[in-house]
Write a protein that binds this ligand. Structure first.
Ligand code: F6R
Length: 248
């Protein structure tokens, strides 16, 4: 892992948006598609805002972009305001010229007897698209990436997981109470994330400082799934000063 610490998350987000825009344009100039792996949550909001601005003001086009979101709660209706489906449309997709057919977000309403087949088809779709060119990640206080909670296997693919208690506590306010937070989710696996050709993880604020230290300086272990990123050869952690404050 290579890590970069910025004075502010704002400045950092602009830099990441610039990298994504350059990749989209570069692929466009070659007549190629650009496959993005996307995250939800508070961390990437400013990146999406900047991409929307670039679309509006600089003509950045998403016509050649295919996206795969990391995860979705289970069960979760698409048009529920708490869904990641809703989040992505509100922050990005409704404001750019992406082809709706190129948007992939795990379906939070897939019936239990169909989840296995559904998860395999999500993996296949990623492979058929040519694999992920750029994967954007946040990190949970449990060390999760996507919703790969502690105990997740290095070789895991897209699957149903049980959310960690801490993750549900952190999501509590958005759901107006922890009791309303779903207990399960569908998430891309560690292997799915690792297969991306480029990975950028964002972390802002003091409450991420401890898990960032463990992830970058700790031993690789399923207890902190994000430590698996140490073995990726093109992974950058983009931090603000507070998130990087415990690094030695
Ligand atoms: C979201 C996701 C999660 C979040 C993580 C951090 O799609 O996969 O891993 O990135 O929980 O969330 P925030 O950014 O809200 O601190």
């Amino acid at each position: 892992i290579h890590n970069v610490i910025f004075e502010s998350s704002d400045e950092a987000s602009l830099q990441v948006a610039e990298e994504i825009a350059n990749l989209i344009r570069d692929k466009q100039s070659k007549g190629e598609t650009c496959v993005l792996g996307l995250a939800t949550g508070s961390s990437p909001i400013r990146v999406y805002e900047e991409l929307v601005r670039m679309h509006r003001e600089e003509g950045l086009s998403f016509k050649n972009v295919i996206t795969f979101n990391l995860d979705e709660y289970l069960p979760m209706e698409k048009d529920n305001r708490q869904s990641y489906h809703h989040f992505m449309h509100e922050h990005l997709f409704n404001h750019v010229d992406i082809d709706p057919e190129n948007i992939n977000i795990p379906d939070g309403m897939v019936p239990p007897e169909k989840t296995k087949e559904y998860c395999l088809s999500y993996e296949k779709k990623i492979k058929d698209a040519g694999g992920i060119d750029f994967q954007l990640l946040g990190i949970g206080r449990t060390g999760h990436i996507g919703f790969n909670e502690p105990g997740s296997h290095y070789n895991s693919g897209t699957r149903v997981i049980t959310l960690d208690h801490i993750t549900r506590v952190d999501a509590g306010p958005a759901f107006l109470g922890i009791d309303n937070v779903p207990r399960k989710a569908i998430t891309m696996g560690i292997a799915t994330v690792r297969s991306a050709r480029r990975i950028v993880l964002l972390a802002w604020g003091q409450n991420k400082a401890d898990i960032i230290k463990k992830t970058i300086e700790g031993e690789i272990s399923s207890e902190v799934p994000a430590t698996y990123l140490q073995e990726h050869d093109n992974c950058t952690f983009v931090l603000d000063e507070a998130a990087g404050s415990e690094l030695t």
